[in-house]
Write a protein that binds this ligand. Structure first.
Ligand SMILES: [Zn+2]
Length: 379
């Protein structure tokens, strides 16, 4: 049927759908579907997560686990519109594995369902994913490339000794020493206080939400001095969900990527802010659960436990990172002083912000070469 008749019973405005299913939203990619193996699994606390293995047809390759940032998903490494990190890894002889941890926008937990803290990601999601991968790859080397909160939580897993024996780790944006811009820090606490009684997550797709809603003050804040008219772009580029930070250098995104930002980055839960705030105030990754014995495997302070890191680490950051500033440079300096035996290097990407180090049209040329050099020296 080419023309669909309108059913009068469905012409009323539809209520906004809230996702409650725990099945993963389909990945958006251009790979042969036969090469993409989706592996749903449960974290030890029962939360359903997803791993994706990109099959190269060659069972001898070193594996690389890719960890997305909070509210992003595995999609951020597979953009069909650019030469993406999965393309580059496949061409260079690696087997990419992508984890959708519980903060993925391919899963519903940021918006509905069970609340969590970053302790759960570090204790459950990442170690369980590593266990799954190791059962499949045997004694082949396993690397990790992690972005933003994916990297911050990986640092907590590593310093807890929960993912020993990785062949190397590439950390983008932030690792053991999170440092936010002053205005971001202030707004984060203000937003948490002011908004928590009214909303529990911040949407990004303002084309669906509409500008006149309980989110209007937030949008008004985000749109101040904005040069791009797209409200979703404003809330991300100009405001980073209302925190006042910037997530990417605008001109680094292709039009296609720019127009699908609401698909690449989902709603941000406000109930995660107290943990993030505690981490930011401590200037290191600290666990949230002080007295709950179920989390005792995690160090109270990841920086103090950094001696447990048993693998080389490459710290990457764009010189214009508008969210975590020079956290990575600080991390290199602090570790060089406190743990000089560790193999930690820092590489700055000139002119890049935060997310554009993976989503940018030129990331394959400007960023991924540094990752390949690091992996290549250790494979
Ligand atoms: Zn824009």
């Amino acid at each position: 049927m080419i023309f669909r008749t309108t059913n009068p019973r469905t012409t009323r405005p539809a209520l906004r759908k809230v996702r409650t299913t725990t099945s993963l939203r389909p990945l958006h990619h251009r790979l042969d579907p036969a090469r993409v193996e989706e592996i749903p699994f449960h974290a030890p606390d029962g939360v359903r997560l997803g791993l994706t293995r990109i099959d190269s047809g060659d069972g001898d390759r070193p594996a690389v686990l890719l960890l997305h940032g909070h509210t992003a998903s595995a999609d951020m490494f597979l953009l069909p519109e650019t030469r993406n990190l999965v393309d580059v890894l496949l061409d260079e002889g690696y087997e990419p594995w992508l984890l959708d941890w519980r903060g993925s926008c391919r899963l519903p937990y940021n918006e509905t369902g069970r609340r969590y803290t970053y302790d759960d990601v570090a204790l459950h999601d990442i170690p369980e994913a590593v266990r799954h991968i190791r059962t499949r790859i045997g004694d082949r080397p396993l690397f990790a490339v992690a972005h933003c909160i994916g990297s911050l939580t990986l640092s907590l897993s590593m310093t807890a000794g929960l993912v020993p024996g990785l062949a190397g780790v590439v950390s983008q944006g932030v690792f053991l020493t999170p440092k936010l811009a002053g205005r971001t820090s202030l707004r984060m606490s203000l937003a948490g206080e002011l908004l928590k009684s009214r909303i529990d997550h911040i949407p990004v797709d303002f084309r669906k939400v509409g500008l006149w809603s309980k989110y209007t003050p937030l949008f008004a804040l985000a749109s101040r001095k904005a040069t791009c008219p797209d409200p979703t772009c404003q809330i991300l580029h100009n405001s980073a969900w209302g925190t006042g930070a910037s997530l990417f250098v605008h001109e680094h995104l292709t039009d296609t990527t720019h127009n699908r930002l609401a698909e690449l980055l989902g709603p941000a839960p406000l109930w995660i802010l107290p943990h993030l705030r505690r981490i930011e105030l401590a200037r290191t990754v600290v666990r949230w659960h002080d007295t709950d014995h179920r989390y005792r495997a995690l160090p109270q302070n990841a920086l103090d436990a950094a001696a447990r890191i048993d693998t080389p680490v490459l710290l990457l950051a764009g010189s214009e990172n508008g969210l975590w500033l020079d956290s990575q440079k600080l991390c290199r300096d602090v570790l060089a002083h406190r743990q000089p035996q560790l193999d930690v290097t820092y590489t700055e990407i000139p002119g890049y912000g935060h997310l554009d180090t993976f989503l940018g049209r030129g990331a394959a040329l400007d960023v991924f070469g540094h990752i390949l050099d690091f992996l290549g020296e250790r494979r």
